[in-house]
Design a protein around this ligand. Structure first.
Ligand SMILES: [Zn+2]
Length: 207
């Protein structure tokens, strides 16, 4: 990518291309050199924001084969919306002008597994705030169970959809950017073994 993608379609395509390189093992490692680092010091212009799980296997820049200044990354366990997350993503859209927000979950997510365990009365944790985090994923697990879905992969996909719904409901700034065609929000699931990012839901136009 010689110039920064300007619109949702080009930005998403850059991420798709980078993930394909990662999956195949033919990495380009772009924009990680000293010249680029120094050039960026004055100003960042990332072409996408990524809100994903904090899982150590979900390293944002590695799985999309991008470099310094490319992604504005916000992560926590189980990619759970909070006011600070919304503020960070609004900053990425309003100030940095990113044309894409990617919400990225993954298979075998510990936070979702912990929530499933919790709904079954099996969560062994002393952490007050771990319980707080689990409580935020719990409505998705309970809704899934009511619909007859108990598989962690199904629940993970529902959680990604619910996260995007919450993002667009709570942030009028982000919803307005989507409506204006300046922003697309993509929800995707990352496959740990394959290294593949699979889109599940898209709000806005990336075609
Ligand atoms: Zn996770």
């Amino acid at each position: 990518m010689s110039s920064r993608p300007q619109n949702p379609r080009d930005a998403w395509q850059a991420m798709v291309d980078g993930n394909k390189r990662f999956v195949s093992g033919h990495l380009a490692h772009p924009r990680q050199d000293i010249d680029h680092r120094e050039m960026l010091a004055e100003k960042q212009r990332p072409f996408a924001a990524l809100f994903g799980c904090a899982d150590s296997r979900l390293s944002a820049e590695i799985i999309f084969d991008v470099g310094l200044g490319d992604l504005f990354v916000v992560r926590n366990a189980g990619q759970v919306i909070a006011e600070t997350i919304l503020g960070s993503l609004e900053y990425a859209v309003e100030v940095l002008g990113v044309p894409v927000i990617l919400v990225l979950g993954h298979d075998e997510c510990g936070a979702i597994r912990a929530t499933i365990d919790s709904t079954q009365g099996n969560l062994n944790s002393q952490g007050e705030f771990i319980h707080n985090l689990v409580e935020r994923i719990r409505p998705t697990v309970e809704a899934a169970n009511k619909a007859g879905k108990h598989d962690i992969d199904d629940i993970t996909e529902l959680h990604i959809q619910d996260t995007i719904n919450e993002l667009l409901t709570r942030s009028t700034l982000i919803a307005a950017a989507v409506k204006a065609g300046k922003l697309a929000v993509v929800g995707a699931n990352y496959k740990l073994t394959l290294g593949e990012v699979r889109p599940i839901v898209t709000v806005g136009d990336i075609n």
